[in-house]
Design a binder for this molecule. Sequence first.
Ligand code: HXC
Length: 266
Amino acid sequence: MTMTYKNILSAKEEVSAKSGINIGIVTLNRPTVLNALNHELMEELVTALEEFDRDDSVRAIVLTGSERAFAAGADIKEMSDETTVSIMLKDRFATWDRIKNIKKPIIAAISGYALGGGCELTMMCDIIIASESAQFGQPEINIGVIPGAGGTQRMTRVLGKYKAMELILTGRPLLAREAYELGLVNKVVPVELYLEEAKAMAKEIAGKSPIAVRLAKEAVLKSFDGPLNEGLQFERKNFYMLFSSEDQKEGMKAFLEKRKATFTGK
Ligand code: HXC
């Protein structure tokens, strides 16, 4: 089923002609407000991601915005009149939490502003490709709040205490090159190429065993999200579990027979 959205675009792209294997592409699309993340947009985004997650033909997802802005943050207009009680009762983060449950890899293709909630949404993705014009930051301090969608946690884990503290307390953004040097992004490419580069990465991953990709993502996140020993046990369990899949048999056999493996996800 193809849904029509107001604030995002959702499309599938075939990995190669007649392969039947696709990547999904979700584009944030509120250009007049630099893709500010209001509740309606977030609901649409999560619906589109979940739809791709259920679609067996889709093996990886690219999440992007426009050249000028991935997203300049949560929608300040929507939040400005909230009180502690009203914002708590609305429980908007329930929508954000659903992104954590997406099983397929999400590759962020970022150009321009990735600020506040836009930076936090980027850090919820699994791989980040940036254009030379990208900038990442948590400027909430400038409007009297703090990051609320994981910024203090995820940024600190990636950048370490001191750099994260500097960015969160000053609100100053990191430019693409600096973000790359600090390990916040995988790759920086010229503006004309960031989307293509992200799609190429998604298509490369789409050629792997979907079940192995799913369990690998789950295991990497376990290491990131929890204590190391728990992560190591989890990784080992997933590693053992793959030995009951046809893809493990086929993958290892193909290697030994010096041919390309054909994966079925079984
Ligand atoms: C609502 C926004 C917005 C936002 C930009 N706009 N960011 N509207 N929420 N987060 C709107 C502007 O009001 C303006 O609308 C239009 O988009 C273009 O923006 P300009 O400011 O005119 O553009 P420019 O001068 O190029 O400056 C770009 C910018 C600046 C540096 C990115 O817009 C900016 O500082 N934005 C806010 C960034 C921020 O504080 N983000 C954190 C939000 S809090 P009009 O109608 O005037 O044309 C947050 C908390 C997350 O994210 C918590 C978890 C969800």
